[in-house]
Design a binder for this molecule. Structure first.
Ligand code: KIV
Ligand code: ZN
Length: 507
């Protein structure tokens, strides 16, 4: 199997999207996650564009070890010098330089001629080779560039020392067949093409980024430029998770990647939360519904054998399990499955009777939850407010051991606990844990702000894990971020306790 290089440009093409900007610490966190994920190249930024971008590329170059770090430049000497400086601590530095090659870019953007463009491209590559051994050349708007001229430019930049040649469909204009033929044309007509790797870089303006990228791979490209969740200019770039999982799932694509696919979901969530870019529920591979089944026929099929309706194993991308969502379209098989999870094993006649009541309930609601099912079975009282936050006081700061006092209303009775912790969040979580009989562990903790002002509302999502390894999500919002996190924790605990008590009652 041939190796397909994964070039991640989340921190460059993705980060240049309005609202997605990250600070250097956040960029380093994303870079570390990408290194863990197993990408081959991280495009860390465009160093000449701002001091912030320079700093981020420099810091990432010093931090990551097991991956090539790349900086973008125009075909301009100053850009190349600045990129080389930002990359000087990288173990494997790469300069990514290039220029527009389509008639639009040559005439309307650069006000130049094909001859001048060719000369600038060659000069930029040769100049970059004075600083690093690994130089990638991009022919911007290659998607709308005449193949003959493109081949001519590519041959010249390889002769000048380019190790990778990037063929961007900058405007997302190409059709898959057409883009694949462009790559094949280069393979067949550039005499020195065996001295460089061909790279794809497809934008998603017509929703064809992944299809075009795969068509490029099938025709000889051995590097793909992608972003997590497909973020990028306008309609975005090619989604890393889609290409990686297509290659893993379709054995007829003769390449493999080094990506540790089980880390895909957590990396997707990290990027989504840091960049304030929610992932659409039906997004391929990482959307909330990507492994959720709601129609009766599908649910029955999945319960009989997952492969009836799933081409990927959810565990392979880091999803715990396929979700069988209970709605008015669910059948008896799905209801039985959920009741058994909750400890109810019903005979057929009883199941029929519960199913009839379930359908009445489902007609009223979009989705029937575990708590609704327990109510249906008469085990829960429908009052999902066993716990309420009554009072919270936290002392924290420099040279102080953080301490939290928490008062909770537990089934109508006020109870209080005090705890110290490594930080204010740790202290409040420990205080809450002292008040709860049911053991639990904090599994995930995510803080988000809606805008970036200091008076903003903080949103906190937590996920806790009970002794039986089941997980519960909680949400809290407040202008005080510590209060928001206790509210989120209490929300999750309320759900866990209702189910815990009702399940015990059912047994
Ligand atoms: O879309 C594009 O052409 C780019 C280049 C700068 C590589 O992002
Ligand atoms: Zn791009």
């Amino acid at each position: 199997m041939k190796q397909l290089q994964i070039f991640d440009t989340t921190l460059r093409d993705g980060e240049q999207v309005p609202g997605c900007q990250l600070n250097t610490i956040e960029k380093i966190e994303v870079a570390r996650a990408l290194e863990e994920l197993g990408v081959d190249v991280i495009e860390a930024g465009f160093p000449v564009s701002s001091p912030g971008d320079f700093e981020a590329v420099d810091q990432i170059a010093r931090t990551v070890k097991d991956v090539t770090v790349c900086g973008l430049t125009r075909a301009v000497k100053k850009d190349i010098e600045v990129a080389a400086e930002a990359l000087k601590h990288a173990r494997r530095p790469r300069i990514h330089t290039g220029i527009g090659t389509s008639p639009y870019h040559i005439r309307l953007k650069l006000k130049s001629t094909p001859e001048e463009i060719l000369q600038k491209a060659v000069e930029a590559v040769s100049y970059a080779r004075n600083f690093v051994d690994d130089v990638e050349f991009f022919a911007e708007d290659a998607g709308r560039t005449d193949n003959e001229f493109l081949a001519y430019v590519i041959e010249a930049v390889i002769a000048a020392g380019a190790t990778v040649v990037n063929i961007p469909d900058t405007t997302g204009y190409c059709l898959p067949e057409e883009y694949g033929q462009k790559i094949k044309y280069l393979v067949d007509h550039v005499p020195n093409i065996d001295r460089a790797i061909i790279s794809t870089h497809c934008h998603n303006d017509l929703g064809m980024a992944t299809a075009n990228t795969l068509s490029g791979v099938l025709n000889g490209a051995r590097q793909v430029e992608v972003t997590i969740n497909g973020i990028g200019e306008r309609a975005g770039n090619t989604a890393l998770e889609e290409v990686v999982m297509a290659v893993k799932t379709r054995k007829d694509i003769p390449v493999e990647t080094r990506v540790r696919t089980q880390r895909i979901l957590q990396t997707s969530r990290l990027v989504s939360s840091l960049m304030n870019m929610p992932v659409q529920p039906n997004k391929a591979v990482v959307g909330r519904n990507a492994f959720a089944h709601s129609s009766g026929i599908h649910q029955d099929g999945v319960l009989k054998n997952r492969e009836n309706y799933e081409i990927m194993n959810p565990g392979d991308v880091g999803v715990d399990e396929s979700a069988i969502v209970l709605t008015a379209r669910s059948g008896r098989a799905a209801l039985k499955h959920h009741l058994e999870r909750l400890g109810y094993h019903l005979k057929t006649e009883h199941l029929d009777e519960v199913y009839a009541r379930f359908l009445e309930e489902a007609d009223q609601k979009k989705q029937v939850t575990d708590e609704d099912l327990l109510l249906l079975m008469g085990a829960a009282n429908g009052n999902n407010t066993n716990l309420n936050l009554k009072l919270l006081q936290v002392v924290a700061g420099m040279s102080t051991v953080p301490i939290a006092i928490v008062h909770l209303m537990i089934n109508g009775e006020e109870k209080a606990a005090t705890a110290q912790g490594n930080g204010p969040f740790d202290a409040v979580f420990k205080a809450v844990a002292k008040l709860i009989d049911v053991p639990f562990e904090l599994d995930e903790f995510l803080i988000q702000s809606i805008t970036r002002g200091s008076d903003d509302i903080g949103k906190v999502h937590v996920r806790i894990r009970g002794n039986d390894q089941r997980r519960w999500l909680g949400f809290g919002a407040d202008t005080d971020i510590v209060t928001a996190s206790v509210k989120a924790l209490v929300d999750a605990l309320n759900k866990m306790i209702v189910i815990h008590e009702a399940t015990n009652a059912a047994r």
